[in-house]
Write a protein that binds this ligand. Structure first.
Ligand code: AMP
Length: 281
């Protein structure tokens, strides 16, 4: 695997592939790689001639300084993981390489998505995500870019940006990889003890239960039941909402023959976990 930390060196290396009309798949990450990330790389490997992964812990998307400080950084481990799936190129820039003039003055406002769920609870988060994804897409200029369904709303804002600003790239969404107990794989799980990881599996169990009751019960009752379950386990619910899969808008009334996503965010011992399930009614 070739490793670059300089934008100009990476661009030079990619020029050859673009000139030979090779398709380029791109997987942006923040590192501390797990099997979920690898499933994105594997999808890119299947669908493209060249796969580029980036590892960059993007400071401007963190609205909480301690979350940024505690974000796991394990580059040696990540390189071994990427080599195990034969990733072709790793781009691993420093903060000054990406933001030589300091924090960008530019801000991106995604309208409605900024007012709900992650947009509401993490002010400035999507602006930071949008800016780094736009920069990375301009640097790599891939044929396809891969994101995980785990960050469903992130997929929505990236698609919005790509559509509204006509980025020449296909956005591909990959299913959530889970631990055997159902817990969605996440770099933040590194901060949980084995007992806490077991405890956190209740998040997915509650989502599954909510999905089976979605058409039958009032959603407010479902939410109340889940909150009670969480309280027993000392997990704090931040939000539990249903979105229309197509429009990405919050829904109050559940209808038959539609596709929804139930999204959740919860804290376990100061570690913020998100998850979601897709439901076809
Ligand atoms: P991150 O390093 O957390 O920014 O994630 C990089 C990419 O991997 C994002 O598109 C995430 O949605 C995706 N991802 C993270 N966790 C999972 C998972 N458990 N399954 C599938 N994709 C994931």
């Amino acid at each position: 695997m070739q490793i670059y930390s300089s934008i100009s060196e990476l661009r030079k290396a990619l020029l050859y592939h673009r000139n030979t009309k090779n398709t380029i798949g791109f997987v942006p990450t923040m590192g501390a790689l797990h099997k979920g990330h690898l499933s994105l790389i594997e999808a890119s490997k299947r669908e493209n001639e060249l796969t580029v992964c980036s590892i960059f812990v993007n400071p401007i998307q963190f609205n909480n300084a301690s979350d940024l400080e505690k974000y796991p950084k394990v580059l040696e481990h990540d390189i071994l993981m990427l080599e195990s799936v034969a990733c072709d190129i790793l781009f691993h820039p420093s903060v000054t390489e990406m933001y030589p003039y300091g924090k960008p003055a530019l801000q991106l406002d995604f309208g409605y998505q900024n007012t709900i769920l992650e947009g509401k609870f993490r002010p400035g988060h999507f602006s930071g995500v949008g800016i780094v994804v736009a920069k990375l897409l301009n640097i790599v200029q891939p044929t396809r870019v891969y994101f995980g369904q785990k960050d469903f709303q992130q997929c929505l804002v990236v698609k919005q940006m790509v559509d509204e600003m006509s980025f020449p790239v296909d956005v591909v969404i990959i299913d959530i990889a889970r631990e055997p107990n159902g817990l969605a794989m996440s770099s933040r799980n590194e901060r949980l003890s084995p007992t806490e990881r077991n405890k956190a599996s209740i998040i997915f169990k509650c989502l599954v239960e909510a999905s089976t009751e979605l058409l039958k019960a009032d959603f407010e009752n479902i939410r109340r039941k889940i909150m009670a379950n969480f309280r027993d386990q000392t997990i704090q619910l931040e939000y539990l909402e249903v979105l229309d899969y197509e429009s990405g808008k919050l829904v109050e009334v559940i209808q038959k023959n539609k596709k929804y996503v139930i999204c959740i965010a919860a804290f376990l011992n100061e570690v913020r976990l998100i998850d979601n399930v897709v439901v076809n009614t």
